[in-house]
Design a protein around this ligand. Structure first.
Ligand code: UDP
Length: 348
């Protein structure tokens, strides 16, 4: 099958490009504004096109019409951007993705849309999030961080309505904190905002800088190894009828921990991996100081993954292996990047 992969140049796309071509034998037509993370994906069956979907409607439509199936990863998926550039976040995550949905509808292409765990918003009472039962609960408008969750959630609702009308066939994936090699860029220790939590903690450890705990580090996240995430997509591809017009949580409920526990665990793993004592200390900082006004945290619950489990998928990598393997990549390949200027990936 030929798959049009939008946002192939980001962290998830760079891993999916490899998995879809090498493991599953598909052809991939990859679109993005950057190919920096795609250097390892080469050979027949893979084609990269430099297309900005927000600027090049013709290039986008052509690519959608050429594929048998479309996977859309295009997103700004980084909380610091929700606070810094909320309108750009809305435009890319809603308006541009809606354009993709309309084009898939016009060309009768099945769409696999990556959404976000963030759509659930603020955790209410309960033990986990269940796809077709749990309410979406967002903060007030003045906490503009929620524009991302609102945009992703609205896109899901439009897809659902189009599915009811029979004008599109879609599957939604809600990723819960995928991590692995190439997840983000490193920053100078002490930097606030910027990349996601793993990259901040990795940068701090490499430079003996502070491990900032936003609002005490009490929020929880459940981390999923990117290889388990690839297998989740493979399960959805193998079950098109069961996945038709459905949303799936993709995460690892067994890998749930508080951000404070994450900092302590990464520090311990860093000391084991390097054989040297870390000079990094855990330091509390407020969310508004770290990200700016308009930030509020998502105190996330672990995902319920029984729905995708019923199709045969289960996450296999535990939290220690997930963190260790990702840390080894940064220790071996990226330590020199610590002092380079950061860049921002435009895909999840
Ligand atoms: N966080 C933190 N220190 C950092 C970076 C992030 O305590 O240096 C927190 C952040 O406030 C949130 C969690 O870590 O509670 C995960 O943030 P991330 O940026 O990875 O993305 P999210 O899961 O919110 O999309």
């Amino acid at each position: 099958m030929k798959i049009t992969l939008l946002g192939a140049g980001g962290f998830v796309g760079s891993h999916l490009s490899e998995h879809l071509t090498r493991e599953l034998g598909h052809e991939v037509l990859a679109l993005d504004v950057t190919a920096d993370k795609l250097g390892h994906v080469q050979g027949s069956g893979f084609e990269f096109r430099h297309v900005d979907i927000a600027q090049d409607d013709h290039g986008l439509e052509e690519a959608i019409s050429e594929g048998d199936l479309v996977i859309d990863l295009v997103a700004y998926a980084n909380p610091s951007l929700y606070v810094e550039t909320p309108l750009e976040v809305f435009d890319l995550n809603f308006t541009q993705n809606l354009k993709v949905a309309h084009l898939c509808s016009r060309h009768r292409r099945r769409l696999i849309q990556y959404s976000s765990a963030e759509v659930y918003g603020k955790a209410q009472d309960g033990t986990s999030y269940i796809e077709d039962e749990t309410d979406f609960v967002l903060g007030p408008v003045v906490k503009h961080r929620w524009i991302y969750a609102a945009a992703k959630g609205l896109l899901e609702r439009v897809l659902h309505a189009q599915g009811l009308e029979g004008t599109i066939e879609y599957t939604i994936i809600r990723p819960f904190n995928f991590i692995g090699p190439r997840i983000d860029y490193l920053v100078v220790p002490g930097t606030m905002g910027g990349p996601r939590v793993f990259a901040h903690f990795m940068s701090a450890l490499l430079g003996d800088g502070p491990l900032f705990l936003v609002d005490g580090g009490t929020a929880h996240r459940a981390f999923l190894h990117i290889e388990d995430a690839n297998c989740a997509l493979a399960t959805i591809l193998a079950n098109p009828e069961a996945a038709r017009n459905q949303a799936f949580n993709v995460g690892n409920p067994n890998n749930d921990l508080s951000v404070r526990d994450l900092a302590e665990k990464m520090k311990q793993l860093y000391e084991e991996l390097t054989g040297r004592r870390s000079g990094s200390e855990l330091v509390d900082v407020s969310g508004e100081a770290f990200y700016g006004p308009g930030y509020e945290d998502s105190n996330r619950l672990p995902p319920n993954v029984e729905k995708l489990g019923a199709l045969g998928w289960e996450p296999l990598k535990n939290i220690d292996d997930t963190l260790r393997e990702t840390m080894i990549y940064y220790l071996e390949e990226q330590a020199g990047a610590l002092l380079e200027a950061p860049s921002q990936a435009a895909a999840v």
